[in-house]
Structure formats: structure tokens, C-alpha cells
Design a protein around this ligand. Structure first.
Ligand code: DC
Length: 223
């Protein structure tokens, strides 16, 4: 299957870049971070502490955090236990819960299996942390999309300012570094660049330049 794998740290612009690249290629975009966020939400909604691995694993084993994805007009809708949580997963709290529960093998096995099924059914652009290394090791196009922590924190700062907030740069940078540390040092499937992934550093690239860089890689294998 002609899939594209994009991995990278928080704030590298993976989701928006992946949306645009997949739209131009006419393939679906699977945002796997949304699936971890959905589990994080199911966990906190159930009153479980995301740091409590045994309780999180029990919830998953009992079918209390069933995540699914469907597409409406090409856009991903993320469901947990049959409920649409596409909007609710976009908070800082859901991101933090996702980062915590994504350390647990019970959560990863459940989601990786579903991600592989989805990517087997149709050509997809799949973004996450372990796509090129674990989920789709045979993907013909693999990208590791990154930027310096400062560049990523600056983008986040600008997004929050556009929303009318007045955030503190140092606090955002500390959050970016903390999330990198958690995602890159966890024992199971940590974030890392696959040996055969192409590094795209967007620190000094515009949105369009980044999109073009990935499209060129995809076109080279005729996705
Ligand atoms: O990309 P995001 O911020 O929506 O991801 C939320 C968390 O989910 C992230 O901190 C790490 C985890 N994640 C993961 O472990 N593996 C993936 N393939 C995608 C996300």
C-alpha cells in the first residue's frame, strides 16, 4: 500500500502540514495523536488518573476506551466508545493525558493494531511518533518533520496570541521540552527518526516550502 509516514515532535506542524499534503495528493490523513488523545479523554472521563498504568490498562482490556476513526468529507472524525470527541481532544489537558497514557503497552498495542488496519484499507498519510518505526515500517515514504524547540514554541506562542491570549514564552518552551523528553525517553516505541526516514527541518521553512518538500518526496515514489 502506498502510505506516507510522518513522525516528529510536538509543535512541528505535523497535523496541518499532513492535512495539506494529503489534500493535494487526494489521499486520507490519519492523525494518530488524535487516537491517543481520545484514550486520554476516556481515561480522565472515567475518573482514572492517567499515571495509573494498571487502571488504564484495565479500562482498555475491558473495552472502556474503544477508539475509532471515520471520515466526513475527507476530514477525520475521532470517536471513543461510539462518541464523537473530535473537538474535545484539542485541549492542553487532553494532550498531556495522551502523552501519559501513550507510554503504556496496553494502549499502544490496541491503537497500533487499529492504525495498521486503517492503513491497509486505503492509501493514507499517517502522522504520529512511531509510524515509520513501528506502525508502518514498510511505508514507501517516511518523513521525520522537526524544528528547533524555540521555533516550535514561537509558533505555539503566535497561535495563542491569535486567540487573544497573552502567553509566556519561557513557560511554553518548558512545556515543549517536557513533552519532547516524555515522548523520546519512554520505554515503549519512543519518538525517534527511522533509519530510512528523510529529515525535514521546518525551523526556517514556510508552510508552503515544507509542504513542497514532502510532496517532492511523495512524487519521487509516485504516491
Ligand atoms: O500529536 P499529538 O500532540 O496529538 O499527540 C498526543 C500524544 O500522543 C503525544 O504526546 C504522544 C502520543 N502519540 C504517540 O505516542 N504515538 C503516536 N503515533 C501519536 C501520538
Amino acid at each position: 500500500m502506498l502510505n506516507i509516514a510522518i513522525d516528529g515532535p510536538v509543535g512541528a506542524g505535523k497535523s496541518t502540514i499532513a492535512d495539506e499534503v494529503s489534500r493535494r495528493l487526494g489521499i486520507l490523513h490519519l492523525d494518530t495523536g488524535a487516537m491517543y488523545r481520545a484514550v486520554g479523554l476516556a481515561v480522565t472521563d472515567a475518573g482514572i488518573d492517567p499515571q495509573n498504568e494498571a487502571a488504564v490498562a484495565a479500562l482498555c482490556d475491558d473495552g472502556g476506551a474503544r477508539v475509532d476513526v471515520r471520515y466526513e468529507n475527507g476530514a477525520q472524525v475521532t470517536l471513543v466508545n461510539g462518541l464523537d470527541v473530535t473537538g474535545r481532544i484539542r485541549t492542553q489537558e487532553a494532550g498531556t493525558a495522551a502523552s501519559a497514557v501513550s507510554r503504556y503497552p496496553a494502549v499502544r498495542h490496541m491503537l497500533v493494531a487499529r492504525q495498521r488496519e486503517l492503513a491497509r484499507e486505503q492509501p493514507m498519510l499517517v502522522d504520529g511518533r512511531d509510524i515509520g518505526t513501528v506502525v508502518l515500517p514498510d511505508a514507501p515514504v517516511k518523513v521525520y518533520l522537526t524544528a528547533t524547540p524555540e521555533a516550535r514554541a514561537t509558533r505555539r506562542l503566535n497561535q495563542l496570541r491569535e486567540k487573544g491570549e497573552n502567553p509566556d514564552f519561557e513557560a511554553i518552551l518548558a512545556e515543549v521540552n517536557a513533552r519532547d523528553h516524555q515522548d523520546m525517553t519512554r520505554a515503549v516505541d519512543p519518538l525517534r527518526q527511522a533509519a530510512d526516514a528523510v529529515l525535514v527541518d521546518s525551523s526556517n521553512l514556510s508552510f508552503e516550502q515544507t509542504v513542497q518538500a514532502i510532496l517532492r518526496l511523495a512524487e519521487a515514489v509516485h504516491v
